[in-house]
Write a protein that binds this ligand. Sequence first.
Ligand SMILES: [Fe+2]
Ligand SMILES: [Fe+2]
Length: 364
Amino acid sequence: MAAEEEGAAPSEMAATFKVLHDHSDRIYQWDYERNRTQLVGLYNKAMGSQWNSVTDLDWSTPVDPEALVDHDGAAMVLFRAAAAEPGSPIAHWGDREFTALGVELFTASLSQFMHGEQGAMLTAAKIVETVPWIDAKYYAATQTMDEARHTEVFARYLDEKVGDAYPMNPFLEEQITALLEDSRWDIAYLGMQIVIESLALAAFGDMLRRTEEPLLRKLLRYVMSDEARHVAFGVLTLREFYEGLSEAELRDRQEFLLDNTLRSRSRSTTPEVWDRLGVDIERLRPHIAAAAARSQVNPFAGFQRGFFAKLVPNVKKLGLLDANNGYLRERWGQAGLLEFEFEKDTASEYAAYDEVARDRGARA
Ligand SMILES: [Fe+2]
Ligand SMILES: [Fe+2]
């Protein structure tokens, strides 16, 4: 009996954590001179903008997950249209089922935010260890704390207000694991600070626009003000680092960006949500496609535009759009992404996101 219990423990434990193998070098930096003034400024700003997840958010706010469902959102409109398609497996659905779907979609999104934030915490900690500049190590240390707070607040919201959570989406897990295991320190930066955090800013902004719930709104505003600073950190560091790389090395980074944008598999399908609702997604999928074609609605178009409007100008500022005779410019241009190249890069506008300073100013 005791042996069985002992035998059971490791497999239960294994389900609660995952082991990764990093291939990068850890670096001690003996040169403590603070000569990167923009990074020093960003670090000072980060220290002053730390908020407190316990005292700055009102956790006594009552939350009704069903009231959070955005019935007029493009995704929900599309799913209702899919229900009306001939032979649809959800043809019998009424308001009750669509509300349940909305709660599951919301829970699934928030769960990915939580897991992605933990990935960001691990990545920021990796950057502390692997980046060769002292000012960047200091900044990444503040970011590690920010990401701990983000992980914690999404986890608490899911636990106390929603009462449910989903496992990490395998595509997101694969994407972040690759960053954490890569031997090149700047790839962790490029993947997290530039790609995933630009994506996060767009996703959080999208949820913020669609919710009136005051606790969630404040939480998102505060997380976004940190994220904008994190993206700025990535832009400032990598711009300097990439000035010293060869064309061949820059080409690797351009390929990385293509893999993580145009070639990345869609993360828009959420099979677990449909599993929980007892719907076979493979049977439903053609009806969703038919409804989308008929109405010409792509519920993810607005979100993707938001993502590329952040990503493209940041990548341009790194010099990666135009390196190798405009290799990335040409490919992104073919995909119609260059309309965003003159948007503001996040290093130039991160202060505009500083909701924490605004709230403190209003209180003072
Ligand atoms: Fe974060
Ligand atoms: Fe972040």
